[in-house]
Each structure stands twice: as structure tokens, then as C-alpha cells.
Write a protein that binds this ligand. Sequence first.
Ligand code: NAD
Length: 484
Amino acid sequence: MVSRVIPVDPFDLVIFGGTGDLARRKILPGLYRRFRDGQMPEGVSIVGAARSEFDDDGYRAFVAEALAEFLPKAKLEPKAVKGFLDLLGYIAVDATGKDGWAELAGRMRKGVVQAFYFSVGPSLFGALAERLHKHKIAGADARIVVEKPFGHDLESAKALNATLAKHFHETQIYRIDHYLGKETVQNLMAVRFGNMLFEPLWKNQYIDHVQITVAETVGVGGRGAYYDKSGAMRDMVQNHLMQLLCLIAMEPPSKFDPDAVRDEKLKVIRALKPVEHEHIVRGQYRAGDGTPSYVEDAENPDSLTESFIAMKVHLANWRWNGTPFYLRTGKRMKARHSEIVVRFKEPPHSIFEEDTGQSANELRIRLQPNEGMDLTVTIKEPGPGGMRLIDVPLDMTFADALGEEASDVPDAYERLIMDVIRGNQTLFMRGDEVEAAWAWTDPIIGEWTEREDRPLRYDAGSTGPEEALILMHRDGRRWRELSS
Ligand code: NAD
């Protein structure tokens, strides 16, 4: 495969929170990779801005350590590392005070793309936006990137949108959901809208159901106090699973353009029906073999927060009427495994005898591990023995199909940051989308709070509470096995 790295325009990128966990683990290693692959032209400047006191050289040494910690050794080419570190600078800034702002203003250049990554807690977004405006740091075309969580409920999300809107136009605001930056997620759109094969069948008439699973093996330890105020519904369903659902369920946009795509996603969110209580399973993990329980991790023995959720949701529109979407996500599960399964219906009439092994087609979109897609098709088992049927996967694993280079595709964060520089908002959430998602989520959470709903306990290393399996069994269906 021929590499087609297209350099972006020269830019100034300021990373507020440039010493934080996200910057060290994802943003800076991602930027290094884009530099190493030749995507950054001459004249790029990346400035870390946070509370710690560093000079430029001190920050370069700090970033060099982060690269060494979070990138495989083979990717650290000394010449490329040095070249990348030379682009970096640092300014100590107080988001809520006066320090550092005049100096930051002095570092920004005219005539290049300006981007400001808000990699800090959401309580600082307003203060940063206000100071960028007040000190005339951000030009009319500057972009700001804001991290999740975008609000805690509809009211806070509206307030956050209103705060940012005081100083920035919607076309300047990039709300990041890194699930949208994943190669396979984008490939889902390519497969749906770039082929004749799937779209005519992409409806309730031919699709039995859809499953979306995002399972993690880790617990919430380390960020237990934060997570306890959030839970799986706010932390995962309202944003990541919702975005995946939108891409599966949306109508074809008229073109691959930010507003055309986001208009269609918004319609999906608005078409979500309220979920019936018996279609939701909430869980909390127990202590495992040497691992603490959720309440220990959260340091809250009375916690009613869910670390697992499974639910059956329906869309009120012509295309999907009657086709259930099953969503599930959880911590401390059996395997780190994220995938979307689109299960087609069985043929209306079988010409083969019973027990020949015929079953329904399944399109599986794997996000991790081993990003890729496969489609199971039924064929005749080769050899003698009459007409015996087996399911075989048509495997579309990128690394196998497209060679070595495809296994080294940019990670979600680096792809999305380059989209910010290019000014392409297609893979970022619009303010109204986020608000619509909260408008659907709020009543569900509100009911739990009102009833003091107690999550079911599940074993660490399992697939969640048994009731989640029953949720599908009742409908004569089952979850695909979790495997790492
Ligand atoms: P962190 O606590 O590790 O880092 C916070 C950063 O903000 C530090 O650089 C700190 O110096 C800076 N900061 C704090 N107060 C400041 C102030 N008053 N003025 C200037 N700088 C200040 O946090 P993190 O884990 O890097 O997360 C940053 C944001 O990204 C949060 O909104 C978080 O929810 C979000 N996020 C993080 C992750 C992750 O994996 N860490 C994943 C998704 C989203």
C-alpha cells in the first residue's frame, strides 16, 4: 500500500493541560507520530500550557520521557524525536488567573492555523475561553478542542455550550469523542455508503438486531471518586455508544460534509424512544481474585453508581421500527473487547433440510482488539457428505488485506487533531447533538435516582450480571461471546 500522508498547513497548537495524563499518553505521542510520518510542514509550533513551572527545555525533557513511556521503542527514531521536540515550547498559565496570558499572546503568530486544546477539567473551559478572548489570543478562525465529559446532564451541557458560544462560533468548536476517530468507525461509513451491497438491506426488513459492546477489563481504580459521580451511562453510553449507534442507524447524508453527517446523526438521537425500565440492566463489580470491588475503588460503600449497563433501545422511524439495538458496556469484564454486530435475518424460506447448519449473516465491526470487520456467510462445507452448510467469515482485517502499513494507521487522537488543523468538523460532535443525547439520557438517570435503584452485583472477569444475558434470551437472541 502506498502511504498517502498529506501535510497540513503550518499551525500554532496550544495544549492547555499539556502536563496532564491525557497529553502525556495520547496527545503528545500522537503528534510525534504525525511529525515522524511527515504530516507536519515547516513552521509548526506546539506550546504546552499548564500550571507547573517549566521552561521550554524542561518541557521538552518532560515530553521526551512521555514519548519513551507511551510509544514502542521501535517508533522512537532519534532524529525524528529531536525534530519533534524542537517544535515544542512551554508557558506556565493559570486558567483562572492572570499569570502567563500576556506571554502566551506574545507567542502566537499571525497567518497560521491556531488551535487550542482544552485538555483540562470542564470546569476550566469557560475560564480559558474567556481569557483567550480577553487577551486577544484567539483569532476569528481559531479552533478550540474540548474534551469529554461535555456536561453532566442537559442543563450543564446547555450552560457549557452557552459559555463557549460567548466567545467562539460553533464552527470553531471541536467536541472530541475519540471513538469517532477510530479507523474502523470511519470505515463503517465507507462500507455503508461506498458499496451497493449493504445499504439496500440496511433496515428493519432485513436486519434482526444490532449489538454494540464496549467491554473493559480495568476497574475504575485511580479515578474512582470521579467515576462515582458519573457511572457507565454518563461515561460511556451518552457519548461513545450513542455515537456508534448514530453511525449505524443514520440515513445516508447527501455528502460527506460536517453538517450533512451531523444532521443525520442528530435525527437518530431524536428518534430514540424512551427506554422501558425492564429493558435496562445496571451492574456493579464485586471484588475479584486480588482486585477490589467497585465500592472499594470508588471509596464509597453506599455507592449506587453502575459500572456496567446493558439496555435494549428502539428508534421511532420507518427504517428501524421493530429492530432492537442492544447496548452494553462495563468495567472489569472478561475481555477488553469493543464491537458492533449487525445481525441479519435468516432467509425467509430454507430450501435445505433441517440441521444442515444454516444461520443468519452477521457483519461484525471490531474496534478492539484487532480493528477490522468480518462478514459471516453460509457456504457448503467442502467435500463429500451431502449438503452440509457452514458459516465462514469474509475477513476484512486491515493488516491482512492491506499489508503492514495498515496495521500502523494513526490512532484516533492523532487523526482527530489533524482534522482540527484541517478545519474538518465531520468527526466532532455538534452542540445540538450533545444536548439531544443528554435529553434522552437524563430521564433514565433521573428515574434511577428517584427510585434509589440498586445496581446488581457481578463477578470481576465475567460478562456482567446474568440479567444482561436474560435481556437477550427473552427475545430469543444472545450476545456474541467476549474474547480478547
Ligand atoms: P490531569 O489531571 O492529568 O491534568 C490536568 C492538566 O490541567 C494538568 O496539566 C494541569 O496542570 C492543568 N491544570 C489544572 N488546573 C489548571 C489551571 N488552573 N490552570 C492551568 N492549568 C491547569 O487530567 P487529564 O487526565 O489529562 O484530563 C484532562 C481532560 O481530558 C479532562 O477533561 C478529562 O476528563 C479529559 N479526558 C481524559 C482522559 C484520559 O485518559 N486522561 C480521557 C478522556 C478525557
